[in-house]
Design a protein around this ligand. Structure first.
Ligand code: URA
Length: 197
């Protein structure tokens, strides 16, 4: 309506742009992952989210449901979000790859490169206060770095020319295998919280 503020109108067109981007992902043929594809996993969460979490790629549960982090790693993520006062419904969650690598293999460099514009588009439209890169693939893709998680944790980074604050933490699937490290993810999110302006 004519009474809508510019902010509201901006948000409206941003959600149209995100929707168009997710349609593009569904039709994408930029890498070989589209060849046997039955589903894509674009991302989930409100466009006005302050927190944006980025994982690696959909696993079998995510692929089945078309939603990110709905399997075991997702349940652990939910619990950690809850512990710092967040829920799935107030954060945006996505992955570096929008298609599932067969047999849950690691993403290949070429797949990451081809998929990158989608993640970049999402981040630009959501324009979060903070990005949390979970695991090596998200950290390295978002920071264009080859450094290890251990080297990248515990610092304030910035994402691209958008200069959005970014922190690096472990992938929740790793924490399922190393439960004593959970505290580190919690610490990293506490640190992320201090970076809000
Ligand atoms: N692992 C990921 O990296 N992403 C998901 O969506 C689920 C598991």
């Amino acid at each position: 309506s004519s009474e809508a503020s510019d902010g509201y109108k901006g948000q409206d067109s941003n959600s149209d742009i995100l929707e168009a981007l997710s349609n593009k992902v569904r039709a994408c043929q930029a890498c070989t992952l589209h060849l046997n594809r039955q589903n894509t996993v674009f991302g989930y969460g409100p466009i006005e989210a302050d927190w944006l979490f980025v994982g690696e790629a959909p696993g079998s549960e995510e692929y089945k449901h078309g939603l990110p982090f709905v399997g075991r790693a997702g349940q652990l993520l939910n619990a950690i979000l809850f512990s710092i006062g967040l829920t799935r419904d107030n954060v945006y969650i996505t992955n570096v790859l929008k298609c599932r690598p067969p047999g849950n293999r690691d993403p290949m460099g070429e797949e990451v490169i081809q998929c990158e514009p989608y993640l970049h588009g999402q981040i630009g439209r959501i324009n979060p206060e903070i990005i949390v890169a979970m695991g090596r693939f998200a950290a390295q893709a978002l920071l264009k770095s080859t450094a290890s998680i251990a080297e990248l944790r515990g610092q304030r980074h910035e994402y691209s020319e958008l200069k959005i604050p970014l922190v690096v933490t472990y992938h929740p699937a790793y924490l399922l295998r190393a439960p004593l490290e959970k505290k580190k993810l919690w610490n990293d999110l506490q640190f992320a919280q201090t970076l809000f302006v």
